[in-house]
Write a protein that binds this ligand. Structure first.
Ligand code: ASP
Ligand code: MG
Length: 431
């Protein structure tokens, strides 16, 4: 039995029409056992991050407002999809919202040892996927697709690195096989088994998350364990493009890319695929299709094993909201291994994501994802031993397979603060 894995991203379920469209796509695969992974609706993850922010700031008004906005967004979709007010979805969704409400009300009573940002992030932000999967499960069943919803926290077991949890492949593998396969077998078999992307749990039962955009990774884990031949990620773009249409005019679609290239692209921040996703797929030779949910019949992009790069244009990646920090020893001594290891220990402790680094004799520069929750503490800590200069709010451009024209196109009208070239890749940190 071959199980296909589909992942529907937040954009595919950001409205009632979105859910209807997912149904239309799934109906085309009625005879195929489908493992479906769903993300949180639209921008719910960001909205939950805002709830967390107000929660941590002890701001009751902000907390209620941000919570209510999420509640209303979900219930407006539910009311549209389920005209029958007695449908179980109302109770199920309400009880999920109650759990979250309980958490943010009583959260401050929790064991102090646990009250870190990362821990609370996972307990709160994981609800986005719980909400969307509850709606999708009920909707599919109400429209004649036999769907089984499994809680990803009972399938994906991780360590307790909250907000960036590491998967325990062995335990997760056993649980996935034991719980998923049975639903595709036998006379009363389901055509869809549904679960949440992005979330898992650690051995003591608390929720964990796999990093932003982690639902792709969930799909890859499932495909690997279930021995699927391919995974399809349904997105709002026609496939993997050579740049993000939000800032780049007329990007071109890449019809085929290698796993290697996909890893590089994801690593440098192309928002196509979560960086951890490709590894398990590559190991097992599982093809990854990226297709448009608006045009499901179109070919999209396939990521698979190919020997040689066969596309003759550059690929542009832009990461906004970066900070460029330059770190120098206070006494003008050289930067040596000992400094680097000290610096990286601090970065790791703040889970700072380093995108580019460059060192010279007396300074070390790093370009980081800007996260105001930790940035100033991080800078303060580094300042204890180093002279720190930083530029918040810079952009990082990466160009794969760059040409001189590609570089000048990006630097035009901008101040380049750092440029770093390797054979295939150039990074520009610009203001
Ligand atoms: N909902 C999560 C996020 O927005 C995970 C995902 O969509 O893949 O990051
Ligand atoms: Mg998403």
């Amino acid at each position: 039995m071959e199980i296909k894995v589909f992942k529907f991203g937040g954009a595919s379920v950001n409205s009632a029409d979105g859910y209807r469209n997912v149904l239309r796509i799934l109906k085309k695969y009625r005879d195929t056992p489908l493992m479906v992974v769903v993300s949180a609706m639209g921008k719910t993850t960001n909205a939950l991050e805002l709830v967390l922010k107000h929660f941590r700031a002890n701001d009751p008004i902000g907390l209620i407002e941000s919570f209510d906005a999420i509640y209303e967004a979900h219930f407006s979709v539910i009311t549209e999809l389920f005209p029958d007010k007695n449908h179980v979805v109302y109770g199920e969704a309400e009880s999920l919202f109650d759990q979250l409400r309980g958490y943010i009300r009583k959260g401050h009573l929790y064991d102090k040892a646990h009250r870190t940002y990362d821990f609370e992030y996972d307990q709160i932000v994981s609800y986005g996927e719980l909400f969307s999967s509850c709606i999708l499960n009920n909707y599919l069943n109400s429209k004649g697709i036999t769907c089984r919803l499994l809680d990803a926290r009972e399938l994906i077991i991780t360590d307790d690195t909250y907000r960036d949890a590491r998967v325990n492949w062995e335990k997760s593998g056993e649980l996935i096989k034991a719980s998923v396969l049975q639903y595709f077998e036998g006379p009363a078999s389901s055509s869809v088994v549904l679960t949440q992307g992005f979330i898992g749990s650690e051995p003591s039962g608390n929720s964990t998350t796999l990093g932003r955009e982690g639902s792709d990774f969930t799909a890859a884990i499932l495909a690997y364990i279930l021995k699927s031949q391919d995974v399809t990620i349904w997105k709002d773009v026609s496939g993997v493009l050579n740049a993000d249409p939000k800032w780049f005019k007329n990007p071109k679609k890449l019809p085929v890319i290698s796993y290697r290239e996909a890893i590089e692209l994801a690593y440098y921040g192309a928002s196509v695929i979560h960086p951890k996703t490709i590894r398990p797929l590559e190991n097992a030779g599982i093809k990854l299709y990226v297709k448009s949910f608006k045009n499901p019949g179109a070919a999209g992009t396939v990521i698979k094993n190919i020997d040689r790069w066969n596309i003759s244009f550059p690929i542009y990646i832009r990461k906004q909201n970066q900070v460029l920090i330059s770190i120098s020893p206070r006494d003008f001594s050289f930067i040596v291994e000992e400094n680097l290891s000290q610096i990286f220990t601090v970065l790791a402790r703040y889970r700072a994501k380093t995108n580019v680094m460059q060192n010279s004799a007396i300074s070390f520069s790093i370009c980081l994802e800007r996260n105001d929750e930790v940035l100033y503490d991080l800078i303060e800590e580094l300042s204890q031993n180093y002279e720190i200069r930083y530029n918040s709010n810079v952009d990082l451009f990466t160009v794969r397979h760059y040409t001189p024209a590609a570089i000048s196109r990006l630097s035009r009208g901008r101040t380049v603060l750092l440029e770093q070239k390797t054979r295939n890749t150039v990074h520009l940190v610009v203001k």
